[in-house]
Design a protein around this ligand. Structure first.
Ligand code: S3P
Length: 170
């Protein structure tokens, strides 16, 4: 008998934690679809997340994010990766706990910074001091991520496959 996934596994955590890469590998391992809320928002708007922030603002993006998460949680159990801010909203946490299992990819600040420092796709980090901004976001968000059902440590040097296996075991 193979695995039967009964709830959607929802990847939460900071930008750069590896939610998308690990989520995709985990979905392949479990033989279920992989969905990504940021990707769905971009596809529906035919714009990048950065363009949506620029044109319509963060509040607009957050409203789309909640709609998309709600819709994607209606589909058959799968692995769903969410944007780093998604788990902060009480409404999103409620939707996720109703239909899914929240998995926090818990990476430390140094690893996160190493992953995001060379990319300018994250609108929230377009500040004069992106490293400081990342730290402030991290400190403010950890208390929310700690509410996830499962916390999986993401250390430097672990491959995506190793991480997917860690999540599957957890
Ligand atoms: C955000 C993270 C991004 C994206 C948006 C906002 C955040 O997703 O949703 O830029 O608030 O941390 P990733 O976590 O996939 O980078």
């Amino acid at each position: 008998m193979g695995w039967v996934l009964k709830k959607t596994i929802v990847m939460v955590g900071m930008m750069g934690a590896g939610k998308t890469a690990v989520g995709r590998a985990l979905a392949a391992e479990l033989g279920v679809p992989f969905l990504d809320s940021d990707h769905e928002i971009e596809a529906a708007a035919n714009m990048s997340i950065a363009e949506i922030f620029d044109r319509d603002g963060e509040a607009f993006f957050r409203a789309r994010e909640t709609e998309v998460i709600q819709r994607l949680l209606e589909s058959a159990p799968c692995v769903l990766s969410t944007g780093g801010g998604a788990y902060l909203a009480e409404r999103n946490r409620g939707l996720i706990s109703d239909k899914g299992l929240a998995v926090w990819l818990n990476a430390d600040l140094e690893l996160l910074w190493n992953r995001v420092r060379h990319r300018d796709t994250r609108p929230l980090l377009r500040t004069p001091d992106p490293r400081g901004t990342l730290r402030d976001l991290y400190l403010a968000r950890v208390p929310f991520y700690e509410q996830a059902d499962v916390s999986v440590p993401a250390e430097q040097g672990l491959s995506v496959q190793d991480m997917a296996e860690r999540v599957a075991r957890a």
